[in-house]
Design a protein around this ligand. Structure first.
Ligand SMILES: Cc1cc2nc3c(=O)[nH]c(=O)nc-3n(C[C@H](O)[C@H](O)[C@H](O)COP(=O)(O)OP(=O)(O)OC[C@H]3O[C@@H](n4cnc5c(N)ncnc54)[C@H](O)[C@@H]3O)c2cc1C
Length: 487
């Protein structure tokens, strides 16, 4: 390693959000340097439910198709999200019958199931293609900031070799227990921690218990445990996440303390509903269920993104996806400022836009957690469950926080709507690199920007404009403004 590395953006943490940040920065023409403590990309599956919005972001940078192809190798797609007493036993509820039913018109992309262990190598490859420098087995051990940037010390875990990184900006994508956030003295606010949870990775032929059902997430709700299964093709491996034990009204939420291999096996048997399938426990991961948002997302030249900015229970599959949205929102703004195309004040909008959305999403995950699995928390209050699409595609930056994406109609602060322009080309494919103007056929303004004419009544109506008006769309596909004088 050279002794001093100079780079526009240092990314701390090279998991889902750090890697997405590096990929998106590269896409917008900014070089980044990523340090990741682990020796490679994720070994644990964790996030698997990838929303349409995340797939739209992946489409922008050219990885949507490979992600889709790989996902089909790992999970049967278009499965259900449902609750059971046990896999062999009684069904309680179908929360979503088919992951993509009824939502295909909203986006050129589909929801997919692919775990972080399979997804991250794809993002890594693309990030490197786009110029990111990645250092695994490397830890950021300290940092200081001044008016013009951040100076960080990094150390290789094996060789002990150290180096200094000097960056204009730093992204802290260092996860739920973010040391950067801690060092900056930024508190977390919200519902606190409500379970010491575990994920038990296992092997065993559970295929027959599926009885032909296509199930993406299987919540288990019985007197022994509350948690959820994910089972991979060919249905001989998967995980059981467990977040509470015993009496649902007065549960034991410290699942992880003292949990033995036999204890894991007993939990698996209780969740499967049978104990005659040979099961091998492969690994156990300990984590905390919590619902908290950082009080600030920025401290001068340092930005929090992903779990370092918001931690939510994995009910709804929002955590990682929200982090990818942070990465996208921040990447183009950093690029515009670093490239001198915008003043640094643009960076103030990162926290202004992403913090309320992050907090809303945390609360939505919490509400799903309470209503699907932890009714004993209901007495403390929770927000009404919003439509999944409001959370996944309808989050907005205009103060309303969310609405159904079919209703936003190109309103400033919302995601620009998808309409097919030809067989494989969506309106969304016009965005993603620069500001773009969509103009009605009779708009007679002038601009240096790329202009696309909205030639049909369907397009004008989707974007809520008359033939004389235009819509200005940002590089992240959000509407900046619209009207006759636009831009
Ligand atoms: C059981 C389970 C299921 C889930 N399912 C879903 C789902 O279906 N969909 C979804 O969207 N989300 C899901 N999530 C949430 C999702 O896993 C997280 O939101 C996501 O991993 C956050 O990514 P991140 O990159 O912000 O943080 P992390 O994945 O925690 O990564 C942070 C990285 O930073 C590195 N790091 C930390 N400090 C340093 C340092 N000083 N120097 C160098 N490296 C450092 C760490 O090694 C780590 O790799 C699930 C979570 C769990 C536990």
């Amino acid at each position: 390693m050279p002794n001093t590395i100079e780079v526009p953006v240092l990314v701390v943490g090279g998991s889902l959000v750090g890697m997405s940040s590096a990929m998106l920065l590269g896409h917008y023409g900014v070089r980044s340097f990523v340090v990741e403590h682990h020796r490679g990309t994720a070994i644990h599956p964790r996030a698997a439910q990838i929303t349409q919005r995340t797939m739209e972001i992946f489409r922008t940078v050219g990885v949507e198709q490979i992600v889709k192809r790989k996902s089909a190798e790992q999970f049967v797609q278009d499965g259900a999200i449902m609750g059971v007493e046990s896999l062999a036993g009684k069904e309680i509820a179908y929360y979503i019958a088919n992951l993509n039913d009824g939502i295909r018109d909203l986006s050129p992309c589909e929801r997919v199931f692919i775990s972080q262990s399979l997804l991250e190598p794809l993002l890594k490859q693309r990030a490197e293609e786009l110029g990111a420098e990645l250092r695994f087995a490397t830890q950021m051990i300290s940092f200081e900031q001044d008016a013009t940037g951040v100076t960080a010390q990094i150390r290789h875990r094996d060789s002990g070799e150290t180096a200094t990184v000097r960056a204009r900006y730093m992204i802290a994508a260092d996860g739920a227990h973010s040391r950067v956030r801690e060092r900056l003295g930024i508190p977390m606010r919200g519902r606190g921690v409500f379970s010491n949870s575990v994920t038990i990775y296992f092997r065993g032929d559970v295929g027959p218990l599926l009885r032909g059902r296509n199930l993406s997430v299987i919540y288990v709700i019985n007197p022994v445990l509350r948690g959820f299964f994910r089972i991979e093709i060919p249905f001989t491996s998967g995980f059981l996440a467990v977040i509470a034990l015993g009496d649902p009204a007065h549960p034991n939420t410290d699942v992880s303390t003292g949990l033995t291999d036999q204890g894991c096996l007993d939990l698996l048997h209780a969740a499967l509903g049978v104990d005659d399938i040979p099961i091998k426990i492969e690994d156990v991961m300990r984590w905390q269920s919590e619902a908290n948002t950082a009080a600030r997302f920025r401290e001068e030249n340092i930005f929090l993104a992903g779990d370092s900015a918001h931690v939510m229970p994995p009910y709804g599959g929002f955590g990682g996806n929200t982090g990818v949205q942070d990465a996208q929102n921040l990447a183009w703004k950093l690029a515009w400022v670093l490239q001198g195309k915008a003043s640094p004040e643009l960076l103030d909008t990162y926290e202004r836009e992403r913090r309320p959305v992050g907090e809303f999403t945390v609360e939505q995950a919490y509400s799903r957690y309470v209503t699907r699995t932890a009714p004993y928390l209901a007495s403390k209050g929770f927000q009404p469950v919003a439509h999944d699409m409001n959370v996944e595609l309808g989050y907005c930056y205009d103060g309303r926080l969310h609405e159904h994406p079919s209703e936003s109609k190109g309103r400033p602060g919302t995601r620009a709507p998808h309409v097919w322009l030809s067989e494989n080309c969506s309106t969304l494919d016009l965005f993603g690199r620069d500001f773009v103007l969509l103009a009605g056929p009779d708009w007679n303004g002038t601009t240096n920007l790329q202009v696309h004419k909205l030639a049909t009544p369907e397009l004008l109506s989707a974007y809520g404009i008359t033939s004389r008006e235009a819509v200005l769309v940002r590089p992240d596909g959000f509407v900046e403004r619209r009207g006759t004088g636009c831009p």
